[in-house]
Design a protein around this ligand. Structure first.
Ligand code: C5P
Length: 417
């Protein structure tokens, strides 16, 4: 995972010593860590230890930042990709839940526009208290990820839930939070719920490879991972669209809210795509196999000792994108993808004409083999070429959805507007 910036707020509790190990694990993964210690936290760990391990200045007081020249509190709260509170004491969570900002840590938590992860630690009775449970529910409702505390023997001798999760578990929760689309795109997690630019739109997406059987155990395929197409389906749902995803064989989970139909072959994909029309936009991301075996054997083709290689005759698969472009139900916006290893833009331009689609999203797979986490794309249309930087596939997906929403608004004003 690429290095990310983490603001770690350490509350006051005996478990604060585990924050030291957490800083070490985060640094080992290459993350940039800035620590903030509450006044109570300072009773358990020293700023010096944290500064040495984080290799960064440690902040303890709002007044450290008072001249606001070197680093203002707003900047400190926002320059991070993720804010982590560990240990999150009952007192800290109560303040967070109620918007109290009476020291540096709570001021940063109120001022941040970044996702927040809290790892609670407190006495079992304090954790189970109705007030704490109410605060946890409020925080979760506000979008804060509150981890469940570990259960076990406590420093105070009692037994039950309330122990700080182990540093490795907090690190795993941090890694998970850091791969959320909101973080990858640098967007605040609380984008207004009513920002649904594709609300009322129906979008069909194809993704993944196709498998073309030769016999019951062998097939022709390509290296498509399906990641970009699945990310686009997720981003389309996030943007409010109704999404049908026709997926070739890939072991990816279905993004929440997406209707998924699994297919094996190009011909099955063509049938499901046709059945899915009409739609407002179709985005054909699948790397459909161009050819299939002309004859499939119902039994495994056996190798014998003759040294003779069995002939493999190929037949051309239907071009799904080109036939949707020609169909009576052609969507108002039809987008194709093109993976090229050379002369990317020239090939993309030719493909735009040949396939009869509105845009070709072209990417150079020589620079980044299929299956990677990032993509650099060029959007080729009759109006020219838009090239984006190399970005995580989730970010490409979100940007593409914004562009599609704008284009649809221009072509067919939404019924719900
Ligand atoms: O011709 P090529 O495979 O490079 O074209 C890529 C675009 O065409 C992609 O959008 C892909 O989903 C679509 N395609 C298709 N049916 C095929 C081959 C490609 O829909 N048989």
């Amino acid at each position: 995972m690429a290095a990310r910036r983490i603001l770690l707020i350490i509350g006051g509790g005996i478990a604060a010593y585990k924050a030291i190990e957490l800083v070490r694990l985060l640094r080992k993964s290459g993350h940039i860590v800035r620590c903030v210690l509450t006044r109570a936290g300072e009773q358990f760990v020293t700023p010096l230890t944290l500064a040495a391990l984080s290799e960064n200045r440690v902040y303890t007081s709002l007044f450290d930042l008072k001249d606001e020249v070197e680093m203002g509190h707003i900047q400190l709260s926002r320059e991070a990709d993720l804010v982590v509170v560990a240990p999150a004491t009952a007192d800290l969570m109560a303040k967070m839940a109620n918007g109290i900002a009476d020291d540096l840590a709570t001021t940063l938590l109120l001022a941040t526009d970044k996702p927040v992860l809290a790892a609670p630690a407190m006495n079992v009775r304090m954790w189970l208290h109705a007030a704490t449970q109410r605060n946890v529910a409020t925080l979760r409702g506000d979008g804060v990820t509150v981890m469940a505390p570990d259960e076990g023997e406590m420093a105070c001798g009692e037994y039950g839930p309330g122990r700080l999760p182990e540093p490795a578990a907090i690190k795993a929760a941090i890694d998970k939070a850091l791969t959320a689309p909101a973080i990858l795109s640098g967007q605040p997690d609380f984008a207004p719920a009513n920002h649904r630019p594709l609300h009322g739109r129906r979008i069909l997406i194809t993704a993944g490879p196709t498998h073309e059987p030769i016999d019951p155990v062998r097939y022709i395929a390509n290296r498509s991972s399906g990641k970009q197409g699945f990310a686009i389906a997720a981003a389309a749902v996030e943007a409010g669209a109704e999404v049908l995803l026709v997926a070739g064989p890939v072991p990816l989970p279905t993004p929440p809210g997406v209707v998924r139909v699994d297919v094996e072959t190009a011909r099955e994909m063509a049938t499901e795509v046709e059945a899915g029309l009409p739609v407002d936009a179709a985005i054909m991301v699948a790397a459909v196999a161009d050819w299939r075996a002309a004859d499939t054997s119902s039994q495994k083709i056996k190798k014998d000792s003759s040294g003779q290689v069995p002939p493999l005759a190929l037949a051309e698969n239907p071009d799904i994108l080109a036939s949707v472009a020609k169909s009576a139900q052609r969507p108002p916006l039809l987008v194709g993808f093109a993976a090229e290893t050379n002369d990317v833009l020239t090939h993309a331009q030719a493909k735009l004409d040949r396939k009869g689609c509105d845009w070709i999203v072209a990417n150079d797979v020589a620079a980044d083999p299929m299956g990677g986490e990032t993509n650099q794309v060029h959007i080729v249309s009759k109006n020219g070429v838009h090239s984006w930087d190399r970005l995580p596939k989730e970010v490409v997906a979100r940007k593409l959805m914004e562009k599609i929403a704008d284009e649809l608004d221009a072509r067919i004003p939404s019924q719900s507007d």
